[in-house]
Design a protein around this ligand. Structure first.
Ligand code: SAH
Length: 342
């Protein structure tokens, strides 16, 4: 797919097809502007015919708006699978939450994304497409962006698709394209430890978010199968390494699950675990996923939990739940298979 290519790679391809370099530049700009192939007027038909099959045929098939202004986009991919992205409006700008896989194989017991397992990885261009298309839909272009921040918190586990995700990070933060600074990008992971080290070693400096949700390995194993592979202590070590390399404060996600991880002792243990680490804790109440048995907690309980963390000396806030009534909140994004139709 042509959005997988950097400008240099595209030049090679187009010159290889027998066209001059400036045609590659025109094509690159059309791709970055999320133009449909039919909307390209400055390229010869002979070239368009040659690249047609490789041109993104991404389509927004549904757009759902929530009362709080959050918009969930459902996209159809070239192969008929669908993915979801969410646009969130904040005071400081517009954030897009992108998916990195169709489905997910991490199997977290509270999340809708893994209900059908992993269907496939998204290519770097397919992750980028979500940003470019929503930017265009919101009236932006590559120079005047309508999107200021990107979070890799949609469907999928970004570090389970490292090659494509790291290439995406390069493309999306490239001056040549939409140029969203890595400071404005957040990558969230359930904690695939070796790739946290790799991300730091490869020179990335995005904000790293760890989906923690429990303070002991035993408890974490109850709802996050990845906890059987990597211990919390190993994740914390990797976070320290990431911080030392990047100087970026680490974020932790902590979704409160009724009766499971929401006690005063849990809060106090969380303080002990994270104290001294340059980090911030985002607390939310678990969002409802009908197929899942686990329940969230009332808002006042979430505030009390945050209070206890803050009194203990942590930087912590309760995150607003956005887009819940359109199935667009954390953990509610899901794939629909091509066989299921729409
Ligand atoms: N796989 C990555 C990226 C997904 S980000 C990760 O695990 O971090 C989505 C975030 O929402 C994660 O923190 C995830 O643990 C959390 N989440 C999943 N289901 C949820 C639910 N039902 N309610 C609240 N948060 C949920």
């Amino acid at each position: 797919m042509l959005l997988d290519y950097s400008r240099e790679q595209l030049k090679e391809k187009i010159v290889g097809l027998g066209f001059p370099v400036f045609r590659a530049n025109q094509l690159f700009d059309a791709l970055q502007s999320a133009k449909k192939i039919k909307e390209i007027t400055n390229l010869p038909k002979s070239l368009l015919e040659k690249i047609e099959d490789d041109y993104p045929s991404f389509e927004i098939i549904k757009k759902l708006s929530a009362d709080d202004g959050t918009i969930k986009y459902v996209f159809k991919l070239n192969d008929g699978n669908t993915i979801e992205s969410v646009l969130l409006h904040y005071k400081y700008g517009n954030t897009i939450c992108v998916s990195t896989q169709v489905g997910c194989r991490m199997g977290c017991k509270f999340c809708a994304s893994s209900l059908n397992g992993l269907i496939r990885n998204l290519s770097c261009g397919e992750i980028l497409e979500q940003v470019l298309y929503v930017n265009k839909d919101q009236g932006g272009d590559t120079k005047k962006r309508a999107i200021t921040n990107v979070v890799l918190m949609g469907m999928g586990e970004p570090l389970d698709n490292y090659e494509n995700v790291s290439q995406f990070l390069k493309l999306v933060s490239n001056e040549d394209g939409i140029n969203i600074s890595q400071r404005n990008i957040t990558l969230s992971t359930c904690g695939i430890v070796p790739y946290i080290y790799k991300l730091a070693d490869d020179g990335f400096a995005v904000t790293l978010t760890i989906s923690l949700h429990a303070v002991t390995d035993e408890k974490r194993k109850e709802f996050m199968p990845i906890a059987k592979t990597y211990k919390i202590s190993e994740i914390i070590e990797a976070c320290k390494y990431y911080f030392n390399k990047t100087k970026r404060r680490i974020s932790f996600e902590y979704s409160l699950i009724s009766g499971k991880n929401d006690s005063n002792k849990d809060a106090d243990d969380l303080v002990k675990l994270l104290k001294g680490l340059p980090c911030h804790v985002n607390v939310i109440a678990l969002n409802n996923v009908p197929e899942r048995k686990l329940m969230g907690v009332p808002v006042n309980k979430a505030y009390a939990f945050v209070d206890r963390l803050v009194k203990g000396g942590l930087s912590a806030t309760k995150r607003r739940t956005m887009g819940e009534n359109i199935g667009g909140a954390c953990g509610q994004l899901r794939a629909s298979l091509k066989s299921e139709g729409e």
